[in-house]
Design a protein around this ligand. Structure first.
Ligand code: ATP
Ligand code: MG
Length: 363
């Protein structure tokens, strides 16, 4: 088997700072676990605009299409606020997502015991929480036509269209079922089939894909509003949740706050399987470039490190090594190490970006 390839795009703001810690983690896996990666690093976002006048060059786009996985830091920052929309840093990320056709956005909500008091809910509700939200990312009401603001009967009308084809629903459903098989084998599909035609079709297609291809996985359905309620009442009842673009946007933000700081949250965006059977994939922390703390060495690198753990699991088939990395994160949190964003009333040992990276490597 050839060496697995990884394209690293640190980007802007705290992106390069947190990615530097990930590079050390990757080197550690090479030196200590015999797990070598063919790593290339390139520019994206404002950093690419500074050099090339575009947030993503064609060459970088092509490289992204050719590797086993892409790992991205963050893009954007005040320096680029006045740029033309077509070359804004965020457009670099959007182009990657679109051309790689990354239709399944995975957001885990996992509660690290040492941070359970950070949750918006009570400790006993979130302790041990480990769920995965799969959000459809490339269709639905954000993209459906017709859309726009028109004039009808002498007043303005704002129009968006929720539209899903059965193949769009089937492919994201498959992503969710595949994930469930590697986890607790349960999928809950959320829509509003009671009031939306797209929801009726969503439920039908998920049910059909399940019956034909994944009868071994436990499937349930829930209206998305009830799902939001259940997520805050008793989140541990879920394993994998699969839902559309709009509901997924809301539900994944809600789930994020079950577990605490933005500095802790990884994500993956997956597309269709490549020749090697693994999906096209881009991994990135949920947080942005955090210009308010950039350059100060205090950003929390854990979200980006956990994004690499997801890459180990979903792109490189190294679930045990992903567990090892997540275990190290768990251990340093239990030791009481805290970047400023994790510093709560109970205190802890203050560390910066590098200090957190050191501790995770040691663990
Ligand atoms: P974007 O528009 O790119 O999503 P945003 O405006 O949502 O960005 P972030 O850049 O994610 O904002 O930052 C939101 C807040 O969270 C900021 O105060 C930032 O300092 C903080 N923050 C984000 N990521 C981290 C991190 N890794 N460590 C510490 N604090 C963070
Ligand atoms: Mg944001």
């Amino acid at each position: 088997m050839s060496t697995p390839s990884l394209l690293i795009l640190p980007g802007d703001g705290i992106g390069p700072e947190v990615m530097a810690e990930v590079r050390r983690v990757i080197d550690w896996f090479g030196a200590r676990r015999g797990l070598a990666f063919d790593v290339t690093e390139d520019l994206v976002g404002g950093a690419a605009w500074d050099v090339h006048g575009t947030p993503l060059t064609d060459a970088t786009m092509e490289a992204a299409q050719g590797v086993d996985a892409v790992l991205l830091g963050a893009v954007g920052g005040p320096k680029y606020d006045d740029l033309d929309f077509s070359v804004k840093p965020e457009r670099g990320l959007l182009r990657l997502r679109k051309e790689m056709d990354l239709f399944a956005n995975l957001r885990p909500a996992q509660c690290f015991d040492a941070l359970a008091d950070f949750s918006s809910l009570k400790r006993d509700v979130v302790a041990g929480l480990d769920i995965m939200i799969v959000r459809e990312l490339t269709s639905g009401v954000y993209f459906g036509e017709p859309r726009g603001i028109v004039t009808e009967n002498n007043e303005r009308v704002g129009i968006n269209t929720q539209r899903y084809t059965e193949s769009e629903i089937a492919r994201v459903a498959r992503s969710a079922f595949e994930l469930a098989r590697r986890r607790d084998n349960r999928v809950c599909s959320m829509e509003k089939a009671n009031v939306m035609e797209s929801g009726v079709l969503w439920r039908q297609v998920v049910t059909e894909v399940h019956a034909a291809e994944y009868p071994d996985v436990e499937l349930s359905h829930m209206y998305a509003d009830a799902g939001a309620m259940q997520l805050t009442r008793w989140p541990r009842q879920f394993d994998v949740i699969v839902t559309d673009n709009l509901f997924g946007d809301l539900l994944s933000d809600l789930a994020a706050m079950l577990t605490g700081s933005l500095g802790m949250l990884p994500s993956a965006s997956l597309g269709a399987p490549m020749a090697n059977g693994r999906p096209k994939a881009l991994y990135e922390p949920v947080h942005g470039s955090a210009p308010d703390i950039a350059g100060q060495g205090k950003a929390n690198p854990i979200a980006c490190i956990l994004s690499f753990a997801m890459a180990l699991r979903y792109s490189f088939d190294q679930g045990a090594e992903a567990d090892r990395l997540e275990g190290a994160v768990q251990a340093v949190l239990a030791q009481g190490l805290r970047t400023p964003d994790l510093m709560g009333p109970e205190g802890g040992t203050p560390v910066g970006t590098r200090g957190m990276g050191d501790a995770i490597l040691a663990a």
